[in-house]
Design a protein around this ligand. Structure first.
Ligand SMILES: [Mn+2]
Length: 387
């Protein structure tokens, strides 16, 4: 059986100020094309369909479109909810779309009830474990300590118990949304640590043929049988080095696994550049990033004027700007409280300007600051008088 594994669509998520809906719609189109081109037998989506519990209408419409297109393909799909989804909202209508061959699993109590799909070699049992928030599901799984390992372990015990009752040779796939030990995180997953260790050892999944993971946004292989597809699009600059992909998994008659990595379309590359503004604007080696979404870190000792506007002339898709001035060796690093001792409000404000920009206010700016302080004082006088 040939399975296409994807996750973490995060429909409705923006990348900095850029809407990703167009890129997400393109990905859905790519998914449908891939299913056809590679004669996929089943699609699995391992959580974080949406970016948030109450997604924007356009994201809900895109999901609806994806469901229609998947159903029209006639290729069964199994999906679970992730930590970004509202399991209950996402689960509305699940019984109905089940009839169209799209099996949405959002109920922890159904962990041990598989979706059964068959090929020429017999049944493959797909167990959809939605994201399990330990504090919320510890009663369901009757565990004392509400940790990720405990609840996932208990859910997997149900999977193994169900599988043991099926005909010998029944193959199995588990969908889960979790942080598995050894996985590499990025900046766009929401932390799932709640008062303890978030990561679970891959061993909790022992006994099944393939584990289709979601949560981490980088495509990665934990073991041959335990993989993350990662998100189809980059959602943070920390993913600038990622290749966004899906796994095409062939499950043979004996349950052995071969996986091929299929790359997703890239709407626009990401680039992280760093240096003094004038250097970034002049360096010929940066020409290849002129069309990229750019995160720039300026190292100028003195903060330049209009840095965003100047950067945008060369890098029109600059989305993020940070300052990390290179300090001279003589720069003092005394505590803030000590630096304030004996300074007037006006001097402190001038020091602040010098601190954030690297150079204090010029005459005109000092005059503006002075006017501001005068205005505040005048305001205070009015308030005093009104008492
Ligand atoms: Mn995610």
């Amino acid at each position: 059986m040939r399975v296409l594994h994807t996750s973490d669509w995060h429909l409705g998520r923006a990348f900095h100020r850029v809407s990703m809906l167009g890129a997400q719609a393109d990905f859905i189109g790519h998914l449908v094309t891939t299913v056809r081109r590679h004669a996929v037998d089943a699609v699995v989506v391992s959580g974080d369909v949406y970016d948030r519990a109450v997604p924007p209408l356009a994201a809900v419409e895109l999901f609806d479109d994806a469901l229609h297109r998947l159903a029209a393909l006639g290729v069964p799909t199994v999906m679970i909810s992730g930590n970004h989804d509202s399991a209950r909202r996402l689960g509305v209508g699940a019984g109905l779309i089940d009839r169209a061959g799209i099996h949405l699993r959002t109920e922890p109590s159904a962990a041990g009830t598989p979706v059964l799909l068959a090929d020429a070699h017999g049944d493959v049992a797909f167990y959809g474990l939605p994201y399990l928030e330990p504090a919320l599901v510890k009663d369901e799984f009757a565990v004392d300590r509400a940790g990720h390992e405990a609840v996932l372990g208990a859910a997997m015990d149900r999977v193994r118990a169900d599988l043991a009752g099926r005909p010998p040779g029944t193959r199995s796939v588990v969908l889960a949304h979790a942080f598995v030990t050894g996985g590499q995180a990025s900046d766009s997953e929401r932390d799932i640590t709640v008062g303890g260790v978030a990561a679970v050892p891959a061993g909790v999944f022992d006994g099944v043929d393939y584990v289709a993971l979601g949560h981490l946004h980088g495509c990665q292989t934990i073991t041959e049988r335990v993989r993350y597809s990662g998100s189809p699009l980059a959602y943070s600059f920390s993913e600038a080095g990622h290749r966004k992909s899906m796994w095409l998994v062939d499950l043979d008659a004996d349950g052995s696994v071969t996986a091929e990595r299929l790359d997703c379309p890239v709407p626009r590359p990401l680039a992280r550049i760093r240096g003094a503004l004038d250097d970034l604007l002049a360096d010929p080696a940066l020409a290849r990033h002129e069309d990229a979404w750019v995160e720039a870190t300026l190292t100028d000792a003195v903060r330049p004027a209009d840095p965003m506007a100047r950067l945008a002339e060369r890098f029109p898709h600059t989305l993020s700007l940070a300052f990390d001035p290179e300090r001279g060796p003589g720069d003092p690093d005394v505590s803030y409280a000590r630096r304030l001792v004996g300074r007037s409000d006006r001097q402190i404000a001038q020091d602040f300007v010098a601190h954030v920009r690297g150079a204090g206010p010029d005459e005109q700016e000092a005059a503006v600051l002075g006017e501001a302080f005068d205005a505040v004082r005048a305001d205070d006088t009015v308030r005093e008088a009104a008492r």
